[in-house]
Design a protein around this ligand. Sequence first.
Ligand SMILES: [Zn+2]
Length: 219
Amino acid sequence: MAEQRPTAFFIGDDLALDFLNSVAAPWGQEIEWLANGSDLVAWLEQAHAVPASVVAQFREDTDFRTLDSVASQARQLREWFRAFVSDHAGKPLDPAVLNELAPINQLLGRDESYRQIAPASPSDVEATEGDRHGTLRWQRRRHWRTPEALLLPITEAMGDLVCHKDFTFVRRCGNCTLWFYDLSKSHARRWCSMAVCGNRAKAAAHRARVRKRLRAAQT
Ligand SMILES: [Zn+2]
């Protein structure tokens, strides 16, 4: 039941991979966090993928059937991207994959994003220390004319993963279906999280060692 559903996983260190993780079976039974339109809006809000004011506007103004249909498109997009990631994770992307990425370019071709001059936040100013013009900055915004626009931040995150990140470090948990971007210094991350799979895998390895020792003792 939806009420008993745990909160969604945001362990991917990458929005596009977190999006893949919006369906998962960390405890055996599959959990879907994008079952309908209100799920999709809630997930986008938790992921900070869409501004809170936009989320509130869609919640108020859009009928649930329309949002459900966008959620259905989101699930299709997710499973298409899962197949792409499964095929290419673990090695640098070959430029020949561009053909496969046509759905991303197609969706982003509808984007209505634009830039505005905005005041820089204190952290921006720090980042551009020594630059006399550091008090103003470019800000990217988007017209949200249709509910389908909700798919654009996710699609953009997929493009970011493909263009800005190294697919060598895109990994799947050694114990479940969750994906993550391995940012660890030694690039040796193996688990979605210690709490969900790391401890479980360690306990299983420990049990296996104990069994082996017992067997050795009996022979
Ligand atoms: Zn896991």
